[in-house]
Ligand binder design. Sequence first.
Ligand code: AMP
Length: 297
Amino acid sequence: MAMAARSAGAAARPTLPVMRTVADLRRAVAAWRAAGQTVGLVPTMGALHAGHLALVRRAQADCDRTIVTLFVNPTQFGAGEDFAAYPRDEAEDGTKLAAVGADLLFAPEVAEMYPDGFATTVTVAGLTDGLCGPARPGHFAGVATVVTKLLLQSLPDAAYFGEKDYQQLLVIRRLARDLDIPVRIEGVPTVRDADGLALSSRNRYLSAGERAAAVALPMILRHVAERLADPTRVVADETARARDALLQAGFTRIDYVEVCDAETLEPLAHVTRPARVLAAAWLGSTRLIDNMPVSSA
Ligand code: AMP
């Protein structure tokens, strides 16, 4: 079914097929494969912004066909998190995807993804022990399970994920390798607003005052990343100062500010190899995350 209807006399608008079942998705992919075409997959929870569209464009640059998935995955939200409130606007998302020329939107119902009797969970050890893992119990198991399903349902050549969710990107790389899923996992740099705040579907929860304060997060992380390019500097000193600066700027709670190995996420005391500074902090009831590379000298 095409989402963008044509009205009489109006110029033809781009159309975007929307599929709800795994069977339909597999039929579409099989037809592309039979024609010798490559396929890219962009998993999302919708409420699409320019960050998501950067993933779509990257997939389009690499692959003949691009599938975008829209599924607000209940199993990756904890009790008391924002599953019910999470912004949902499939019509608006469809319009944006049609405009950029995505080939297919896969938007299954919860019952299609988790039918009665569903009993399997994918967990990735180690990488999920720190950072957002302890703060969001069960989150990465929910993400790993749904992404594994999406990869196996569509069997793309490549799947695209944002560096904005850096720990998630590494978790997904790990599970694809460990489970021998034949797909390239590609990371795409974070898309930011003009003032530096990383685009996020959750930014719309921020009041005007909170939005103004939010810019401190990327500014402070950038400062830490720049200072730690000097390997003699002590990570714990820089992260302690960053925590103070975030609270000073109006953040109400800090889950973590850490500097970790860019591949293993092992916490570092000094930056002597490729590293990432990562943070999660709250403005009122909104939790923001961000991260930046630290290039060791
Ligand atoms: P979400 O819909 O928030 O689950 O995100 C879907 C995908 O978009 C994930 O791979 C995210 O990392 C990615 N993404 C979200 N925000 C951004 C951003 N500002 N820049 C680049 N990628 C992003």
